[in-house]
Design a protein around this ligand. Structure first.
Ligand code: KG4
Ligand code: ZN
Length: 356
């Protein structure tokens, strides 16, 4: 039983290809987390089609919200505030969640709290790891972001390093496409490398950029894989897809793991977390577990279902924003390239990277 001081957030997420609603208590306890994935729809086209994503969100949003409330054994009367992702993401997709949240806030008179998608990803860690409290270092790896973030407090962040070109998830998806695995790429590369890949003569570049920089670059690695595939195909050679997937992962992950550990050491922090869709990657989880152990650090990761897009993470971030006083008006709009400085100066660097 929750007592009266508990804060119950109804959270909504619709920034890309998952329609999700959740009820979260005090930022940590998930009463429900309904996720409708559009994977089947987009698989037909080999990637996310924005118009189809919006339409699918419209079709599912009410059912997903009703189900989240029903499974949480709640009605809207029990909810303290409505949290919703308002950026970054696909504008048409975001608008569906934002409109639904505003309609509920208007009709119930409950507070509305807009949440940044990446702050949501980071906060997924609070749901899985009840003992995790800031400060810590979080490696954020998703389809649109690759960043090492110093989480100074629940709503206070400093970006220590970020990608200068592609996000790591984009590189995964591109590699999946060129080796013929299709959408959604990341999980397929992960599975193929784990089950059938092994170390071979293949070698792709590890891109560290300047010494002492915590920034990343994945475009060179991506091009190296594409060039390798093209050259081999022109020579009429058969490609060992599993070994390409394996070596691509090793090259990409070795760099992100090393830089995250270095960044944590540089600021004297011994707690490290991971977040975002690519944090579901089994090899990243393994490498990070080992590297943090070797360096005497404590490692935190979200459970698999909370790594990729979901509303429970928005309910957690929304809770910390809510108790910090964030309230949005009914003029809240979807901001596809949301800049954090529009919300909180401390997050400007996270929000400036844009995309999703
Ligand atoms: O966080 P997310 O669900 O959506 C964004 O905010 O972008 O991340 C999606 C990205 C995609 O690039 C997807 O291929 C990647 O996360 N991803 C993975 C895995 N699961 C999802 N990448 C590698 N291994 C995985 N197991
Ligand atoms: Zn995401």
């Amino acid at each position: 039983m929750q007592d009266n001081k508990d804060v119950k957030i109804l959270a909504i997420e619709s920034s890309c290809d998952e329609t999700s609603a959740a009820v979260v208590v005090n930022g940590r306890d998930v009463l429900s987390n309904e996720i409708y994935s559009q994977i089947d729809v987009h698989t037909l086209y080999g990637g996310v089609v924005p118009e189809i994503a919006s339409r699918s969100h419209v079709e599912k949003i009410n059912t997903v919200i009703d189900e989240a409330l029903r499974k949480a054994n709640c009605t809207l009367d029990d909810i303290d505030a409505i949290a919703v992702t308002y950026g970054p993401g696909l504008v048409g997709a975001l608008l569906v969640g934002v409109s639904a949240a505003k309609a509920i806030a208007f009709s119930t008179g409950k507070p509305l709290v807009g949440v940044h998608h990446i702050e949501g990803h980071i906060s997924a860690n609070y749901v899985t790891n009840k003992d995790l409290v800031p400060p810590y270092v979080c490696l954020v790896v998703s389809g649109g972001h690759t960043q090492i973030v110093h989480v100074k407090d629940y709503t206070q962040y400093e970006v220590l390093g970020k990608t200068r070109d592609d996000a790591i998830g984009e590189a995964y998806d591109k590699v999946a496409r060129v080796i013929g695995l299709g959408y959604p790429g990341g999980p397929k590369v992960d599975k193929l490398a784990r089950e059938e890949g092994e170390k071979s003569d293949l070698s792709f570049p590890r891109v560290y950029l300047d010494e002492n920089s915590f920034d990343f670059s994945f475009s060179g690695l991506k091009s190296a894989v594409i060039n390798y595939i093209n050259t081999e195909q022109m020579k009429g050679h058969e490609i060992n897809k599993a070994n390409v997937a394996y070596e691509f992962q090793e090259a990409a992950l070795e760099v992100v793991v090393k830089k995250t550990i270095e960044a944590a050491k540089a600021i004297g922090c011994n707690k490290v977390a991971i977040a975002g869709g690519v944090s579901a990657n089994t090899r990243l989880r393994e490498l990070m577990t080992n590297a943090t152990k070797e360096n005497g650090m404590t490692f935190y990761m979200p459970e698999f279902i909370l790594s990729t897009d979901n509303a429970a993470m928005i309910g957690s971030a929304g809770y910390y924003r809510y108790i910090n006083g964030t309230r949005h008006g009914l003029d809240l709009n979807a901001v596809p390239n949301l800049k954090m400085d529009a919300v909180d100066a401390d997050l400007s660097t996270i929000y400036n990277e844009g995309k999703n």
